[in-house]
Design a protein around this ligand. Sequence first.
Ligand SMILES: Nc1ncnc2c1ncn2[C@@H]1O[C@H](COP(=O)(O)OP(=O)(O)OP(=O)(O)O)[C@@H](O)[C@H]1O
Ligand SMILES: [Mg+2]
Length: 263
Amino acid sequence: MTAQNKTLLSARGLNRSFGAVVAAADISIDISPGERLCLIGSNGAGKTTFVNMITGYLKPTSGQIFLDGEDITPLAPRDITRRGVARSFQIPQLCLHLTVLDNMLASLHCSQASRSFFNSSHDPVAVDASRKLLDSFGLLMHAARPVLELPGGVRKLLDIAMALTGQPKLLMLDEPTSGVSADEKFATMDTVINAIDRGASGHPVTVVFVEHDMDIVARYASRVIAFYSGRVIADGSSASVLADPEVQRYVTGSVKSTAEAFA
Ligand SMILES: Nc1ncnc2c1ncn2[C@@H]1O[C@H](COP(=O)(O)OP(=O)(O)OP(=O)(O)O)[C@@H](O)[C@H]1O
Ligand SMILES: [Mg+2]
Protein backbone atom coordinates (compact mmCIF):
# COMPACT_ATOMS: atom_id res chain seq x y z
CA MET A 1 0.00 0.00 0.00
CA THR A 2 1.47 3.41 -0.96
CA ALA A 3 1.28 6.57 1.12
CA GLN A 4 -1.22 7.97 -1.38
CA ASN A 5 -3.90 5.32 -0.89
CA LYS A 6 -3.37 4.97 2.84
CA THR A 7 -6.56 5.50 4.83
CA LEU A 8 -6.76 8.87 6.57
CA LEU A 9 -9.97 8.27 8.47
CA SER A 10 -11.77 5.02 9.11
CA ALA A 11 -15.26 4.81 10.61
CA ARG A 12 -16.12 1.25 11.63
CA GLY A 13 -19.66 0.12 12.43
CA LEU A 14 -20.99 3.40 13.82
CA ASN A 15 -24.44 3.28 15.41
CA ARG A 16 -26.45 6.09 16.94
CA SER A 17 -30.15 6.42 17.73
CA PHE A 18 -32.32 9.15 19.23
CA GLY A 19 -35.25 7.34 20.84
CA ALA A 20 -36.92 5.45 18.00
CA VAL A 21 -35.04 7.42 15.32
CA VAL A 22 -32.06 5.59 13.84
CA ALA A 23 -29.61 8.34 12.82
CA ALA A 24 -26.66 5.99 12.11
CA ALA A 25 -26.94 2.27 11.45
CA ASP A 26 -23.69 0.35 11.08
CA ILE A 27 -21.88 3.09 9.16
CA SER A 28 -18.44 1.99 7.90
CA ILE A 29 -16.57 4.49 5.73
CA ASP A 30 -12.86 4.77 4.86
CA ILE A 31 -11.59 8.14 3.62
CA SER A 32 -8.30 8.44 1.72
CA PRO A 33 -6.02 11.50 1.65
CA GLY A 34 -6.93 13.97 -1.09
CA GLU A 35 -10.54 12.88 -1.54
CA ARG A 36 -13.35 15.37 -2.16
CA LEU A 37 -16.08 13.26 -0.60
CA CYS A 38 -19.67 14.47 -0.74
CA LEU A 39 -22.39 13.19 1.60
CA ILE A 40 -25.91 13.37 0.16
CA GLY A 41 -29.29 12.34 1.54
CA SER A 42 -32.74 13.74 2.22
CA ASN A 43 -33.50 15.75 5.37
CA GLY A 44 -32.95 13.63 8.46
CA ALA A 45 -30.96 10.95 6.60
CA GLY A 46 -28.03 11.13 9.06
CA LYS A 47 -25.43 13.31 7.30
CA THR A 48 -24.89 15.78 10.14
CA THR A 49 -24.97 12.92 12.65
CA PHE A 50 -22.02 11.36 10.79
CA VAL A 51 -20.12 14.68 10.79
CA ASN A 52 -20.91 15.15 14.49
CA MET A 53 -19.62 11.67 15.36
CA ILE A 54 -16.37 12.09 13.39
CA THR A 55 -15.69 15.47 15.01
CA GLY A 56 -16.58 14.30 18.54
CA TYR A 57 -19.68 16.45 19.01
CA LEU A 58 -21.74 13.28 19.28
CA LYS A 59 -20.60 9.89 20.53
CA PRO A 60 -21.67 6.73 18.69
CA THR A 61 -23.42 4.17 20.89
CA SER A 62 -21.16 1.59 19.27
CA GLY A 63 -18.41 1.52 16.66
CA GLN A 64 -15.00 3.16 16.39
CA ILE A 65 -13.35 6.01 14.51
CA PHE A 66 -9.66 5.92 13.59
CA LEU A 67 -7.59 8.88 12.37
CA ASP A 68 -4.24 7.83 10.92
CA GLY A 69 -4.73 4.56 12.78
CA GLU A 70 -5.38 6.17 16.17
CA ASP A 71 -8.70 5.49 17.88
CA ILE A 72 -10.24 8.97 18.34
CA THR A 73 -13.73 7.72 19.31
CA PRO A 74 -13.55 8.76 22.99
CA LEU A 75 -11.85 12.11 22.43
CA ALA A 76 -13.43 15.53 23.04
CA PRO A 77 -14.03 17.76 19.97
CA ARG A 78 -11.08 20.04 20.80
CA ASP A 79 -8.71 17.06 21.00
CA ILE A 80 -9.97 15.72 17.67
CA THR A 81 -9.52 19.20 16.16
CA ARG A 82 -5.93 19.32 17.47
CA ARG A 83 -5.25 15.98 15.77
CA GLY A 84 -6.27 17.48 12.43
CA VAL A 85 -10.04 17.20 11.91
CA ALA A 86 -11.78 20.55 11.47
CA ARG A 87 -15.35 21.37 10.57
CA SER A 88 -17.75 24.09 9.60
CA PHE A 89 -21.38 24.09 10.66
CA GLN A 90 -24.72 23.93 8.84
CA ILE A 91 -25.39 27.28 10.56
CA PRO A 92 -22.12 29.29 10.87
CA GLN A 93 -20.86 29.59 14.46
CA LEU A 94 -19.59 33.17 14.50
CA CYS A 95 -19.40 36.04 16.99
CA LEU A 96 -21.79 38.40 15.21
CA HIS A 97 -20.70 41.57 17.02
CA LEU A 98 -16.98 41.01 16.42
CA THR A 99 -15.29 41.99 13.17
CA VAL A 100 -14.36 39.43 10.54
CA LEU A 101 -10.67 39.79 11.51
CA ASP A 102 -11.40 39.33 15.22
CA ASN A 103 -13.43 36.19 14.49
CA MET A 104 -10.45 34.84 12.57
CA LEU A 105 -8.05 35.78 15.38
CA ALA A 106 -10.32 34.09 17.93
CA SER A 107 -10.30 30.93 15.82
CA LEU A 108 -6.52 31.09 15.51
CA HIS A 109 -6.27 31.49 19.29
CA CYS A 110 -8.47 28.41 19.84
CA SER A 111 -6.29 26.34 17.53
CA GLN A 112 -3.13 27.47 19.35
CA ALA A 113 -4.20 27.03 22.94
CA SER A 114 -1.00 28.42 24.45
CA ARG A 115 -1.79 32.00 23.43
CA SER A 116 -4.22 34.36 25.10
CA PHE A 117 -6.74 36.00 22.76
CA PHE A 118 -5.43 39.42 23.86
CA ASN A 119 -1.95 38.43 22.73
CA SER A 120 -3.26 37.01 19.44
CA SER A 121 -5.14 40.20 18.62
CA HIS A 122 -1.98 42.27 19.15
CA ASP A 123 0.45 39.78 17.67
CA PRO A 124 1.53 40.87 14.18
CA VAL A 125 2.25 37.25 13.22
CA ALA A 126 -1.29 36.19 14.17
CA VAL A 127 -2.80 39.21 12.42
CA ASP A 128 -0.73 38.51 9.31
CA ALA A 129 -1.73 34.82 9.24
CA SER A 130 -5.39 35.78 9.70
CA ARG A 131 -5.28 38.37 6.93
CA LYS A 132 -3.62 35.88 4.55
CA LEU A 133 -6.39 33.33 5.16
CA LEU A 134 -9.05 36.02 4.69
CA ASP A 135 -7.35 37.05 1.45
CA SER A 136 -7.36 33.50 0.08
CA PHE A 137 -11.13 33.41 0.64
CA GLY A 138 -11.67 36.87 -0.92
CA LEU A 139 -12.72 38.23 2.48
CA LEU A 140 -9.99 40.78 3.16
CA MET A 141 -12.21 43.66 2.06
CA HIS A 142 -14.60 42.75 4.91
CA ALA A 143 -11.89 42.40 7.61
CA ALA A 144 -12.91 45.45 9.66
CA ARG A 145 -16.69 44.89 9.40
CA PRO A 146 -18.79 43.30 12.15
CA VAL A 147 -20.14 39.93 11.00
CA LEU A 148 -23.76 40.96 11.57
CA GLU A 149 -23.47 43.43 8.67
CA LEU A 150 -22.53 40.68 6.23
CA PRO A 151 -24.72 38.49 3.99
CA GLY A 152 -25.10 34.72 4.46
CA GLY A 153 -22.65 33.74 1.73
CA VAL A 154 -19.84 35.78 3.27
CA ARG A 155 -20.58 34.29 6.72
CA LYS A 156 -20.35 30.77 5.29
CA LEU A 157 -16.97 31.53 3.73
CA LEU A 158 -15.69 33.03 6.98
CA ASP A 159 -16.83 29.98 8.98
CA ILE A 160 -14.95 27.72 6.54
CA ALA A 161 -11.83 29.92 6.51
CA MET A 162 -11.83 29.82 10.31
CA ALA A 163 -11.91 26.02 10.24
CA LEU A 164 -8.56 26.11 8.41
CA THR A 165 -6.67 28.04 11.11
CA GLY A 166 -5.58 24.81 12.80
CA GLN A 167 -4.06 23.47 9.54
CA PRO A 168 -6.35 20.40 9.45
CA LYS A 169 -5.73 17.22 7.47
CA LEU A 170 -9.45 16.60 7.17
CA LEU A 171 -12.04 19.34 6.74
CA MET A 172 -15.73 18.51 7.16
CA LEU A 173 -18.12 21.09 5.67
CA ASP A 174 -21.76 20.69 6.66
CA GLU A 175 -23.75 22.25 3.80
CA PRO A 176 -21.24 24.94 2.74
CA THR A 177 -23.76 26.38 0.25
CA SER A 178 -26.90 26.40 2.42
CA GLY A 179 -28.12 29.94 2.99
CA VAL A 180 -26.21 31.04 -0.11
CA SER A 181 -28.36 32.37 -2.97
CA ALA A 182 -28.73 29.99 -5.93
CA ASP A 183 -26.68 32.19 -8.27
CA GLU A 184 -23.77 32.39 -5.77
CA LYS A 185 -23.47 28.69 -4.91
CA PHE A 186 -20.92 27.79 -7.58
CA ALA A 187 -18.85 30.90 -6.80
CA THR A 188 -18.86 29.97 -3.11
CA MET A 189 -17.68 26.43 -3.79
CA ASP A 190 -15.10 27.66 -6.32
CA THR A 191 -13.71 30.00 -3.66
CA VAL A 192 -13.54 27.26 -1.03
CA ILE A 193 -11.99 24.59 -3.27
CA ASN A 194 -9.55 27.02 -4.92
CA ALA A 195 -8.41 28.34 -1.53
CA ILE A 196 -7.83 24.79 -0.28
CA ASP A 197 -6.13 23.67 -3.51
CA ARG A 198 -3.81 26.69 -3.40
CA GLY A 199 -2.75 25.62 0.09
CA ALA A 200 -4.50 28.38 2.07
CA SER A 201 -3.94 26.51 5.33
CA GLY A 202 -0.36 25.57 4.48
CA HIS A 203 -1.12 21.83 4.21
CA PRO A 204 -2.94 19.46 1.84
CA VAL A 205 -6.53 19.07 3.03
CA THR A 206 -8.94 16.21 2.45
CA VAL A 207 -12.49 17.51 2.18
CA VAL A 208 -15.82 15.95 3.16
CA PHE A 209 -18.84 18.10 2.38
CA VAL A 210 -22.58 17.73 2.78
CA GLU A 211 -24.62 19.02 -0.14
CA HIS A 212 -28.24 19.00 -1.37
CA ASP A 213 -27.64 20.62 -4.78
CA MET A 214 -26.83 17.82 -7.23
CA ASP A 215 -25.19 20.20 -9.73
CA ILE A 216 -22.69 21.13 -7.00
CA VAL A 217 -22.23 17.45 -6.13
CA ALA A 218 -21.51 16.51 -9.75
CA ARG A 219 -19.02 19.32 -10.21
CA TYR A 220 -16.96 19.13 -7.01
CA ALA A 221 -17.11 15.58 -5.62
CA SER A 222 -14.50 12.93 -6.44
CA ARG A 223 -16.66 10.44 -4.51
CA VAL A 224 -20.25 10.49 -3.27
CA ILE A 225 -21.89 8.60 -0.39
CA ALA A 226 -25.68 8.57 -0.16
CA PHE A 227 -27.41 8.22 3.21
CA TYR A 228 -30.97 7.14 3.78
CA SER A 229 -32.57 6.63 7.18
CA GLY A 230 -29.18 6.41 8.92
CA ARG A 231 -27.75 3.94 6.40
CA VAL A 232 -25.30 4.18 3.51
CA ILE A 233 -27.24 3.19 0.38
CA ALA A 234 -24.61 4.05 -2.27
CA ASP A 235 -20.88 4.85 -2.40
CA GLY A 236 -18.86 5.59 -5.53
CA SER A 237 -18.21 8.16 -8.24
CA SER A 238 -20.76 10.98 -8.55
CA ALA A 239 -21.91 9.57 -11.91
CA SER A 240 -22.54 6.08 -10.52
CA VAL A 241 -24.21 7.24 -7.29
CA LEU A 242 -26.45 9.80 -8.99
CA ALA A 243 -27.53 7.11 -11.48
CA ASP A 244 -28.32 4.59 -8.72
CA PRO A 245 -32.07 3.74 -8.68
CA GLU A 246 -32.26 3.78 -4.86
CA VAL A 247 -30.56 7.19 -4.76
CA GLN A 248 -32.95 8.49 -7.40
CA ARG A 249 -35.91 7.18 -5.39
CA TYR A 250 -34.85 8.26 -1.90
CA VAL A 251 -32.52 11.22 -2.42
CA THR A 252 -32.88 12.99 -5.73
CA GLY A 253 -36.28 11.74 -6.88
CA SER A 254 -39.88 11.80 -5.73
CA VAL A 255 -39.41 10.71 -2.09
CA LYS A 256 -38.30 13.97 -0.48
CA SER A 257 -37.71 12.96 3.11
CA THR A 258 -37.29 9.97 5.35
CA ALA A 259 -40.46 10.97 7.22
CA GLU A 260 -42.47 11.11 3.98
CA ALA A 261 -41.12 7.73 2.90
CA PHE A 262 -42.58 6.11 5.99
CA ALA A 263 -45.82 8.13 6.02
N1 LIG B 1 -29.53 15.77 19.06
C1 LIG B 1 -30.57 15.11 18.53
N2 LIG B 1 -31.65 14.77 19.28
C2 LIG B 1 -32.68 14.08 18.74
N3 LIG B 1 -32.75 13.69 17.46
C3 LIG B 1 -31.71 14.01 16.66
C4 LIG B 1 -30.57 14.74 17.14
N4 LIG B 1 -29.69 14.90 16.12
C5 LIG B 1 -30.27 14.33 15.05
N5 LIG B 1 -31.46 13.79 15.37
C6 LIG B 1 -32.36 13.07 14.46
O1 LIG B 1 -31.56 12.13 13.77
C7 LIG B 1 -31.94 12.07 12.40
C8 LIG B 1 -30.76 12.41 11.53
O2 LIG B 1 -30.49 13.80 11.69
P1 LIG B 1 -29.32 14.55 10.93
O3 LIG B 1 -29.25 15.92 11.50
O4 LIG B 1 -28.10 13.73 10.99
O5 LIG B 1 -29.88 14.59 9.44
P2 LIG B 1 -29.28 15.30 8.14
O6 LIG B 1 -29.08 14.23 7.12
O7 LIG B 1 -28.13 16.14 8.50
O8 LIG B 1 -30.52 16.20 7.68
P3 LIG B 1 -30.56 17.70 7.03
O9 LIG B 1 -30.35 17.53 5.55
O10 LIG B 1 -31.96 18.16 7.32
O11 LIG B 1 -29.53 18.54 7.70
C9 LIG B 1 -33.14 13.03 12.24
O12 LIG B 1 -34.35 12.29 12.36
C10 LIG B 1 -32.95 13.99 13.39
O13 LIG B 1 -34.19 14.52 13.80
MG1 LIG C 1 -27.72 18.15 8.48
